[in-house]
Design a protein around this ligand. Structure first.
Ligand code: ADP
Length: 396
């Protein structure tokens, strides 16, 4: 069975066609600048060359039509006809409290996703546009996989904020958490790799990419995570500030004579390691700059690591111990120096790293020594595969 996985943003659309039996990626790519001049389709068939087509994409329906045309193209297509696409799995950012797991998309589901729009005004409307565009072009079962669903098992003591309770009742203000598909997939892989009992395990997952979050997973269920009502909370990220004193918002607005909306943009787009260093949001650039003696790049890296250590510490408390600490996403999978620095600060846990194994990049590997009390594991995340698996499980 072939599953088309779609991750639709406001002006972009990432896709993969996955054979669910072999779990091979038959084709992968993205559409960029949808609705903007210079729309581009990027498409790479399995084992083939990357193709780039610049062609107007006034809307998402045109973009998806181009993807489908590429998939069946005589020269570089990977399937003979669209009948070979058996289901579509859509990444949906916010499922609010309505969705604690993936669902087959029906009219009621579409309505419920729309009701979550105000919780993710930049993402959910784009996800819905992607679903509608797909529905207009192919008639197969479709599944919504939510970024928030895995964290719906958090207890109230973890998801409530110290605000008047009525704000939760009236406006649904609470911690939701994101990257759920990744935290779920990675924690399950870690249990398999380390031979941990799914019903008796304490795992901390560090998803460290451009967006970054940590989660505490008790017996396979998320009990806390660092992102909150929105993805702004928690770790210091590429361009997001992460945790700060809420009074700072008003303070900046007054001092800089800008609106709360503008402060929000600063906190989301101009802060984090990019804002601190003044160099880049990309950790490779920061590593290079720090190596050349750039002090603020070094400070940004130190602050990033320190915040990760703080969250791991907090979640050891929340879990009442820890069996495994897992690193994933661009930085977590590739940056052994960061992993080593973070774990060195946690040496009191009797954790020892295997420096040779810790050189690994983008491969599953236990990077602690066999006698280490806590296992440290690298697991490359694969949200598309997780979405394809969820889709197959629901439409079978
Ligand atoms: P997102 O999906 O949130 O955009 P990613 O998970 O792709 O983010 O992570 C992007 C980050 O990962 C960048 O800061 C980049 O520098 C870092 N990264 C990616 N590949 C490597 C690598 N080979 N070595 C070190 N860092 C890397």
């Amino acid at each position: 069975m072939n599953v088309l996985v779609i991750n639709c943003g406001s002006s972009s659309l990432k896709y993969q066609l996955i054979d669910s039996i072999t779990e091979n990626v038959l084709a992968v790519g993205l559409c960029e600048r949808i609705g903007i001049d210079g729309s581009t389709l990027k498409y790479t068939p399995q084992g083939g060359e990357k193709i780039q087509v610049v062609s107007p994409m006034p809307n998402h329906e045109v973009a998806i039509k181009m993807v489908l045309d590429a998939l069946v193209n005589e020269e570089y297509g990977v399937i003979k006809s669209l009948d070979e696409i058996n289901a579509v799995g859509h990444r949906v950012v916010h499922g609010g409290e309505k969705f604690a797991s993936s669902v087959v998309i029906t009219d009621e589901v579409m309505k419920a996703i729309e009701e979550c729009n105000e919780l993710a005004p930049l993402h959910n409307p784009a996800n819905l546009i992607g679903i509608n565009a797909c529905k207009a072009l192919i008639d197969v079962p479709m599944v919504a996989v939510f970024d928030t669903a895995f964290h719906q098992t958090m207890p109230a003591e973890a998801y409530m904020y110290g605000l008047p309770y009525e704000y939760y009742e009236k406006h649904k203000i609470r911690r939701y958490g994101f990257h759920g598909t990744s935290h779920s997939y990675v924690s399950k892989r870690a249990m398999d790799i380390a031979g941990l009992d799914p019903n008796n395990s304490k795992i901390i997952v560090c998803h460290l990419g451009n967006g970054a979050s940590v989660s505490a997973v008790l017996n396979g269920k998320s009990i806390d995570t660092s992102m909150g009502l929105t993805p702004l909370e928690g770790l210091i990220m590429g361009t997001r500030s992460g945790d700060l004193d809420p009074a700072i918002v008003d303070f900046i607005a007054n001092k800089e004579n800008i609106s709360v909306d503008e402060v929000n943009t600063v906190l989301n787009k101009k802060s984090g390691v990019a804002g601190i260093s003044g160099v880049s949001s990309d950790f490779r650039d920061l590593d290079n700059a720090a190596d050349e003696g750039h002090e603020r790049a070094q400070l940004a890296l130190d602050m990033f690591n320190y915040r990760v250590v703080k969250y791991i510490g907090a979640y050891i408390g929340a879990l009442g111990g820890v069996d495994a600490i897992v690193f994933t996403a661009g930085v977590g999978e590739n940056n052994g120096i960061m992993r080593k620095q973070v774990m060195s600060r946690l040496a009191f846990l009797d954790v020892t790293m295997d420096d040779e194994k810790n050189k690994v990049r983008g491969e599953e590997m236990i990077v602690s020594t066999p006698d280490s009390k806590v296992k440290v594991i690298v697991v490359p995340t694969n949200e598309e595969l997780a979405i394809a698996r969820e889709t197959v499980a629901l439409v079978k």
